[in-house]
Design a protein around this ligand. Structure first.
Ligand code: GLA
Length: 385
């Protein structure tokens, strides 16, 4: 996939709408480094913004219409005004930018009356790398600039993107994706205490590398698996008499776990222990203990696999292969799960040939070659002018 640039997206805008864009913004995807489904449970999470992005170019529309186009799509979607109801079918991606546009009003922010908008991306969609949040944040920055507001504090930007996704797309996500895309910094992980939320940056370990192995299995949070897990966690918290599962220590949960059905007990154990693993990972990073970080990452996957049950055989095989490799520190599914990608933290001596060897074994078992991407921790959402 070739990466778009400020110039290429301006050229696409010109050929689509017949004039130059007034603004271009860009927001990164993210990996969930550790903290699987902890965010909406009042827990902590570590993410990294990555050097794969969604670009949004926009200009006011003189006819008072809303026009939206995604590079690679068939035609421009043209709406005379706010469609109100959610769009279904092939144009349903437009719910993200339209949701952001509506959210500006909900947040008391200026909203452009009309716009032409064009989207391009080098983020694989459906890989669990948050193309949705990146689209929300890049759209928010571009539309705000059209409405005369050149910036928004990163915490407000993240909250706005999450609001759009919760209210107008219908996914009850937490703050991980939008918070990481907003607060990303090159060479750093983003730590989120999701209760505040409070955001901080933790240096990405020197001599370690991030790789993504995308199974290309469809991963769509909107399909309902995500909402089911979300509801199970809320039900477990209610049955245990706490506001959020992350309120409990592992010992407190152990004392009360008999109150839960076997399925809810597994979900609760995953969340409580995963929240503790995020804290342990931050400590291990601070003392430079990469072996411990790697063990925590793989332990997180095993917990998703056996307790939260949001993994798949393809993701599990990739983790098995990676965890057995001497140049891999740890590996885990990243993001919502039920398909998508595995993230590996590797040593310096893990090579593209090593990655290709793992992909070959995976292909022999699952018939599909995973997409492999060597990533860098990158800066967060920004206006490019
Ligand atoms: C998705 C959601 C996030 C988070 C992760 C799982 O990426 O959008 O809010 O819940 O799944 O950790």
């Amino acid at each position: 996939m070739s990466s778009p640039s400020r110039e290429s997206i301006a050229a696409q805008f010109l050929s689509t709408y017949g004039r130059a864009p007034a603004v271009v913004a860009r927001a990164p995807g993210r990996v969930e480094f550790i903290g699987n489904h902890t965010d909406y449970n009042g827990g902590a999470v570590l993410g990294a913004a990555i050097d794969r992005y969604v670009w949004v170019a926009a200009a006011p529309n003189a006819q008072g219409r809303l026009r939206l186009f995604s590079v690679g799509g068939k035609s421009v979607l043209e709406l005379p005004s706010d469609p109100g109801a959610r769009i279904t079918g092939p144009d349903s991606w437009a719910n993200y930018p339209l949701g952001v546009w509506r959210s500006l009003k909900d947040f008391g922010l200026p909203q452009p009356a009309s716009f032409d908008l064009l989207v391009d991306s080098d983020l694989p969609p459906g890989a669990g790398l948050s193309s949705s949040a990146a689209l929300e944040l890049a759209t928010a920055l571009a539309l705000l600039k059209l409405a005369g507001k050149a910036d928004l504090p990163a915490d407000r930007l993240a909250a706005l993107g999450r609001h759009a996704e919760n209210q107008y797309v219908g996914v009850p996500c937490g703050i991980l994706d939008q918070g990481t895309s907003a607060f990303g910094q090159a060479g750093h992980l983003v730590h989120i205490d999701c209760r505040g939320p409070a955001f901080a940056r933790v240096p990405f370990p020197a001599n370690a590398h991030l790789w993504i192995f995308n199974t290309r299995e469809k991963h769509a949070l909107i399909d309902g698996f995500y909402a089911t897990r979300n509801q199970e966690c809320l039900d477990a918290a209610k049955a245990l008499g706490v506001a959020f599962l992350a309120d409990l220590t592992p010992a407190q949960l152990a004392a009360k776990i008999g109150a839960l059905s076997p399925a809810l007990a597994k979900r609760a154990k995953h969340i409580v222990e995963e929240h503790a693993r995020v804290r342990d990972t931050v400590e291990a990073l601070r003392r430079g203990d990469l072996a411990a970080v790697g063990r925590l990452l793989t332990a997180s996957h095993r917990s998703s696999q056996h307790l939260f049950e949001n993994s798949t055989p393809a993701l599990d095989l990739l983790v098995d292969l990676l965890a057995a490799h001497p140049a891999v520190l740890g590996a885990r599914l990243t993001g919502g799960g039920f398909g998508g990608a595995v993230m590996a933290l590797t040593k310096d001596n893990f090579t593209a040939a090593d990655a290709a060897g793992i992909a070959r074994v995976h292909r022999a078992a699952h018939g599909r070659e995973p997409e492999m991407i060597h990533l860098q921790a990158a800066d967060g959402a920004m206006l490019l002018g």
